[in-house]
Design a binder for this molecule. Structure first.
Ligand SMILES: Cc1cc2nc3c(=O)[nH]c(=O)nc-3n(C[C@H](O)[C@H](O)[C@H](O)COP(=O)(O)OP(=O)(O)OC[C@H]3O[C@@H](n4cnc5c(N)ncnc54)[C@H](O)[C@@H]3O)c2cc1C
Length: 424
């Protein structure tokens, strides 16, 4: 991506001869004369976009990141909180670098509404802010399940308090107790993540707790394991996990920890567990629906993958899990989409066209036990014929070696790099 050209040209057009490295105070001093980009959501997608907009745009762009929470709880590696290999605190990130190193303005509030005509947003603290470009990265929301009370039956698919609650419930299990989890229908956040969770929990109960009589049951809404089927299938056999495909959740009794489900067109069945982990079906973050940026019958936001601009509204871009390009919903590729989007937004502010051939990539590492992991990678490129991002032949595959200790070590190198690229 010729981002340097974009940035230089932008600065030149604005008559600003200096770029990054100047203090946020100086950056703020020129805010009335430079375009304002607002980024909503400080997860892997939004935090990366805000950082790279300032890294590449320098004083030629004013960037405000609006994030509901003061710290971000990474879902990536959060299954390792369940088996005690990580703590939630170790997977928490703040936004000090964004502000102090890059000059991003940070506001901790919720965006309540978007005025697409006047290009402004209203925050939960009633502030109204105007934008030249708006980048939305609000992650996912959940489809309702009858009777599902997250405080009693955690999903733990947004990390932090939910992950800690699930860990507490797992740690309260005794030998002979049942763990039941449900896997949402695709597309959902992190394709291998639920299968990885079943393995981590089964390993923890068996090999860390030393329980020989606990059961682990997986109710999968999909007709089969969606990714890395051999690795997860072998692990399920090794851990004696009961795997039930095409299992559609109908309701939950959160007090008795009972899930009612049906398989194909069969009659309803129930399972009761000591620990029940229901991960509901998913859709784009709520602000996408509130702003009318989803398709009428769709759960995700349609965008042009060249610049992630909404096909339903000008100057609004949507990246990360909420976007509906068909690329996986994962943090690594959200970080990648953010860079394509930041580059395209800077080019557009400069009157230039986006890169006509963007590429993105994805990687998911999956712990299978407390010492082994597997991985899956994918590279996508823009296909001008279909105007879609499509997998690059031969560049998208799972680890052929399956779960290894070497992969487990590499998982921390990979995640450390991703965390630093997003938050440091
Ligand atoms: C167990 C597990 C394991 C995973 N492992 C991997 C992996 O190995 N590799 C990988 O690439 N991905 C992995 N993922 C997926 C990854 O965590 C998500 O895909 C990623 O977090 C999505 O990033 P995002 O920025 O789109 O959304 P999020 O990370 O959810 O960030 C969205 C942010 O927006 C904020 N927000 C939402 N609405 C508003 C609003 N209206 N106003 C203000 N703020 C708002 C939220 O507070 C949140 O901080 C895993 C996920 C799980 C659950």
């Amino acid at each position: 991506m010729s981002t340097q050209f974009s940035r230089r040209s932008l600065l030149k057009a604005l008559g600003i001869g200096v770029a990054v490295g100047l203090s946020p105070t100086l950056a703020r001093a020129v805010t009335t004369t430079v375009p304002h980009v607002i980024v909503v959501g400080g997860g892997f997608a939004g935090a990366t976009a805000a950082k790279y907009l300032k890294m590449w745009g320098g004083l030629g762009v004013q960037v405000t990141l609006i994030e509901a929470n003061p710290t971000y709880a990474s879902p990536i590696l959060s299954n390792l909180v369940l088996n005690g290999q990580k703590t939630s605190a170790e997977l928490s990130f703040g936004y000090a670098s964004h502000n102090q190193k890059y000059g991003v303005n940070i506001i901790h509030a919720t965006v309540d509404s978007i005025d697409k005509v006047n290009q402004s947003i209203t925050l939960s603290d009633t502030q109204t802010l105007s934008y030249d470009r708006l980048i939305l990265a609000p992650g996912i929301d959940f489809m309702p399940v009858v009777g599902h009370d997250f405080d009693k039956v955690p999903h733990a698919w947004k990390a932090g308090a939910q992950t800690d609650l699930l860990k507490t419930q797992i740690d309260a299990m005794a030998d002979g107790d049942a763990f039941v989890m449900t896997i949402p229908a695709a597309p959902y956040r992190c394709p291998p993540g639920p299968y990885e969770r079943a393995c981590v929990v089964a390993d923890y109960l068996k090999n860390s707790k030393g329980f020989t009589n606990c059961t682990v049951t997986v109710l999968d809404a999909n007709p089969g394991i969606t990714v890395e089927a051999t690795t997860f299938g072998n692990a399920f056999t090794g851990y004696s996990v009961t795997y039930i495909p095409s299992a559609v959740v109908q309701s939950v009794n959160s007090d008795t920890k009972t899930v009612t489900y049906s398989v194909s067109s069969g009659s309803a069945q129930t399972l009761t567990a000591k620990t029940l982990n229901v991960i509901p079906n998913q859709k784009a973050g709520q602000i996408i629906f509130d702003a009318g940026l989803n398709t009428v019958d769709g759960n995700w936001a349609p965008v042009n993958p060249l610049d992630y601009q909404s096909t339903l509204a000008s100057n609004i871009h949507i990246i990360g899990d909420s976007q509906g390009t068909g690329q996986p919903k994962a943090g690594h590729i959200g970080n990648s989409e953010a860079k394509v989007c930041a580059d395209a937004v800077l080019r557009s502010l400069n009157g230039d066209q986006p890169d006509p051939a963007p590429k993105t990539n994805s990687a998911c590492y999956s712990p299978i036990s407390s010492t082994t992991a597997s991985w899956l990678t994918a590279v996508y490129e823009y296909d001008s014929g279909t105007q879609q991002m499509v997998p690059v032949p031969g560049a998208s595959y799972p680890a052929s070696e399956g779960a290894t200790t070497n992969n487990y070590r590499n998982m921390f190198n990979w995640s450390g790099n991703l965390f630093a690229d997003t938050f440091a």
